[in-house]
Design a protein around this ligand. Sequence first.
Ligand code: MN
Length: 415
Amino acid sequence: MPLMQSWLDSANDPASDFPLNNLPYGVFSQTGEGRRCGVAIGACVLDVAALETAGLISLSAGALLQQGRWNPLMAAGPAVWAELRATLTALLQAGSGKEAQVRPHLVALDEVRLHMPFDVAEYTDFYAGRQHAFNVGIMFRGPENALPPNWLHIPIGYNGRASTVVVSGTDFHRPSGQLKAPDADMPSFGPSRRLDIELEMGAIVGAGSAMGARVSVAEADAMIFGYVLLNDWSARDIQAWEYQPLGPFQAKAFATTISPWIVTRAALEPFRVAAPAREKPLLPYLKEPGPMLYDIALEVAMQPAGSDQVTTLSRTNARELYYSAAQQLAHHSSSGCAMRSGDLLGSGTISGPDKDSYGSLLEMTWGGKEPLTLADGSVRSFIEDGDTLTLRGHAQGDGYRIGFGDCTGTVLPAA
Ligand code: MN
C-alpha cells in the first residue's frame, strides 16, 4: 500500500511518523485545559473529542471520545474500531472536501502535553525474545541451562503491575530494594546499582474474554486493539536476589514506560511477517493461522544529564520475537483466565543476534563486564542518575512510515 495523501501537507512528508496511513490514538492537553482524545496526523494532533461534539464523527455505538481516555472505544469492539478509522480517513484524505470544517480542530504537536492514552487494566510481561532469554540465561544460570526447558513450548510470563505503567516523559526515582552480592553473608537495603532498560513492544487488549473461555490464536489476534513501545525498566541486582522461584517482583514493579500513541493493528496490517522457524513443534492451541509478528525497526538511545550528545546504543526489529502477542494472549487465556479490555502485554526484551542489536544494557555490557563508551566519552555499565533513555520504532512502508513516537524517561536519584 502506498502513502495515502492528505490535504494536510505535513502528513505527506515521507519522514513523518504520522501519515494518513497511521492515525494513532493518544490523549493530549493544552495549558489550563483538560485531557482530550486526539489522533496524530503529520505535525498535528486532531482533537477528535471536538469533532465528535461537532457531529463530524458519529459512531453507531454512541459518543465514545469524551472521556480523555480511549477505553470506551477499545471496549466497543473491532467493528466500531473500523468505523472510526474509516471516518477519520474520509475526513483527512486529499479531496475530502472537509478541510474547512476539520482544520480548526488541529493543534500543533509541539504545543500539547501527552498523557496516558488508556487506563491499564492489568499488565503482564512475557519473555518471548529468544536471544534475550538465552543471553540472560547464560549470565544468571550458566550456558548449559541458558534456555529454560519450557521456553520453546510456552510463551512464559509473569503478572506485573498496572499501577506503575507511565507515559513517555514521566521521570522517576531510582528504585531501592534488597541487594545481596554473591559473596555477602546477608542482604542489605539500598538504591539499585544495576538499573537497566528492556526494549519491548506492548500489545493492548481491546476486546476482553470471559472467565473460563479459552481463546484461539486467531481470536486473540482479533482482540488486540493496538501496540505501543514499552520500556520494562529493570533493577538487575534486586532481580538476581529475589527472582527464584516466583520470578521478578520489585525488580520490575517501580516503573514501566509506554510510548504515547496507540498504533492500531489496522495500521500495522501491511507489515505482518511470519515467526521464525519453530525448533520444537508447538501444541495445537499455540499454532498460528498466518503471519502474526510485525516488521518494526526499533532502537535505543541514551543521553547523560547535561550532555547535548545522544548515543544510539542498539538497533533491532520486532520480528526477532519467537512468540507473537496473539500467541501470548491465547496462552494467557488457556487456563480460563479472563482477559480485560485495557490489558497490556509486554512482549519480552527484543534482542537481535549481535551485541549492537541487544535490547538491554545487561546484554550490551555482558553483565557490566564490557562497559559502553558514549558519544560524549562517558562510560556506562548500567544507567546512572540523570540519564535519559529513549526507545524509538517505526514500520517502513513505500514512501511513508508508521511511527510510534518516542518512549522516553529520565532516571532521578534515589528518593
Ligand atoms: Mn520484560
